[in-house]
Design a protein around this ligand. Sequence first.
Ligand SMILES: NC(=O)c1ccc[n+]([C@@H]2O[C@H](COP(=O)([O-])OP(=O)(O)OC[C@H]3O[C@@H](n4cnc5c(N)ncnc54)[C@H](OP(=O)(O)O)[C@@H]3O)[C@@H](O)[C@H]2O)c1
Length: 296
Amino acid sequence: MRVFVTGASGWIGSATVDELLAAGHDVVGLARSDASAASIEAKGAVVHRGDLDALDVLRAGAQEADAVVHLANKHDWGNPAESARAERAAVETFVETLTGTGKPFLLASGVALLAEGRAATEADRSNARGPQAPRGGTENLALDAVPGLAAVSLRFAPTVHGVGDHGFIAAVTRAAQERGYAGYVGEGSNAWAAVHVSDAGKAVALALGQAPAGTALHVVAEQGVPTREVAEAIGRGLGLPVRSVAPDEAEAAFGWIAGFWGIDMRADSADTRRLLGWTPTGPTLLEDLAAGAYTS
Ligand SMILES: NC(=O)c1ccc[n+]([C@@H]2O[C@H](COP(=O)([O-])OP(=O)(O)OC[C@H]3O[C@@H](n4cnc5c(N)ncnc54)[C@H](OP(=O)(O)O)[C@@H]3O)[C@@H](O)[C@H]2O)c1
């Protein structure tokens, strides 16, 4: 299959491209810069040059492919509305282009705000609808277009961890370095689902052949690691004290990541494992932290 991957140069995208190539697919990766193009080419994939905002570029990439895996995101944490706007426009373009073609459309999403007081399951439906919603409401935009569109949502754990990660756990670690202590919010009993980046790449590649249209997959290896245990591991790694931060002081203590660090994002992946025949084998989040993945 010829697979158009946006975000092919990114953290999850790089692991995904490796797995898609290993599975025998031809991969075409979106690249907005020379550096991104070089990293995609070095893997043996073909470059499709352009920006996420260039909707004609996205349209052409989708038309020329047999399937689309959409992982690009601006991740402008200082301006989340702009990230959501761009994400919405990109997904609208893919929905328009791919509807009626039967071509698989896999798009990135997350497990936040799906369930309260328990681990979210694949059966939980997101309330995020419309352009103003988190991520521009794109999961529902795509899944609502089924059966005309062969859409599958890839709900990644809030930490897709490993050496080289620049995501949420890297941000929490940076906050600890800057403030001189590793913190958690309140009692730190809120927990985050987690998956190693190598397992995430494998799940995406498996999903391409095996997930029926309309499925929401949980790319999750660990259901929930308490944030207090994560903070303790970061503190050990950095040789810093560990302490609780009151919820109303969290923003000052953690910056933009506070809104995520204080909430519970547990998720179950039993249905996904069964459907894909996927068994995560990578290190756990605490193993990665103990090995210095974020602190050395
Ligand atoms: N990592 C996680 O823990 C996690 C958790 C839940 C959900 N997700 C979602 O999963 C997806 C992949 O995440 P990730 O961690 O792999 O992200 P990432 O490492 O930040 O990679 C983002 C990708 O998007 C590309 N991109 C950004 N702005 C672009 C633009 N204007 N035009 C073209 N390409 C652009 C980047 O290209 P450059 O290489 O040129 O910068 C990069 O390839 C995202 O939708 C993310 O929100 C991730």
